[in-house]
Design a protein around this ligand. Sequence first.
Ligand code: KG4
Ligand code: ZN
Length: 339
Amino acid sequence: MTDLVLGIESSCDDTAAAVVRAGHEILSSVVHTQAAEHAPFGGVVPEIAGRSHLRSILPVVDEALDGAGVRLDQLAGIAVTHRPGLVGSLLVGLSAAKALAFTRGLPLVGVHHIEAHVYAATMEAPGTVSYPCVALVVSGGHTALYRAESPLHMTQLAATLDDAAGEAFDKVAYLLGLPYPGGPSISALAEEGDPTAFKFPRYRAKDGSIGFSFSGLKTAVLYHVRGGDALAPTPPPEEIPQRADVAASFQETVVENLVRPTLRCAQEEGVGQVLVAGGVACNQRLREVLGERGRESGLEVFFPSPAYSTDNAAMIAGLGWQHLAAGARDGWDLDAHPS
Ligand code: KG4
Ligand code: ZN
């Protein structure tokens, strides 16, 4: 068996393929983003996503194989995201992976998208993470804390009660008249704003438990933008008072809402390392604050580089190799699951 794995990812709005050697050496990683197709709607439209994956999947796989200089018959196997995600989107990657694996007689293995995001934080520096550790997953669809016993075994400890952090960035960006995806555009505008200008509500669970919530914060921004009347129309961007200050204060509150529970969780679990994963892990302010406060608490915090924080197939191929090396194989009945 060679140690080359082709990874395929299509769970949301990125069509991606990658070739990775031995779980960590990335030979190619191709991501075709559909952001421009969804931008007019301020979020991902499932029907558009599925159709767009269908157009891109084979060219993206070809580009990944060509970029790595690898032929299908040189692969040890094919790893594909099969959960969680939009079912119509997942099915496109899954069908392509099954067809390629079946016709070439290659092993197929299904990979959990969230576990792969967490694995991404360890992939670029193999051997530096010691288990157990705590993982914070912050993406457009998930905001949750996990205890990871190994790359293949994770247990969820806490999750958001409502929106995911990335979703809050995307919705608030839409309100502020900023382009989708909202995370990068809010961060850019926040550079010009004062993060202390507004005291937006910080989440604290009534029963004192560890958790996340972003709906109160989102509503507070909505009230501000609409001049205190939630039912009023959203004004054009140039008429929103202190727009950059709103962006900066919102971002600061999201970061605080993520950092506090994460540090507490790591402390309660008695671990020394925290892995951060998902698109929101690209956020510079989150990197600064969690890195610094982690150090003060004696914790080492690992972030993947931005290219491997957002959706990509290198993390799928990497974790897929771990599964294959542990003897896992899936059958042709491997199915797509939304959760
Ligand atoms: O992990 P990801 O690529 O896709 C999902 O699985 O959801 O995450 C996408 C999310 C989007 O909501 C996007 O706004 C957010 O990640 N994001 C950011 C930044 N870059 C991307 N959020 C905050 N700051 C950023 N720099
Ligand atoms: Zn993701």
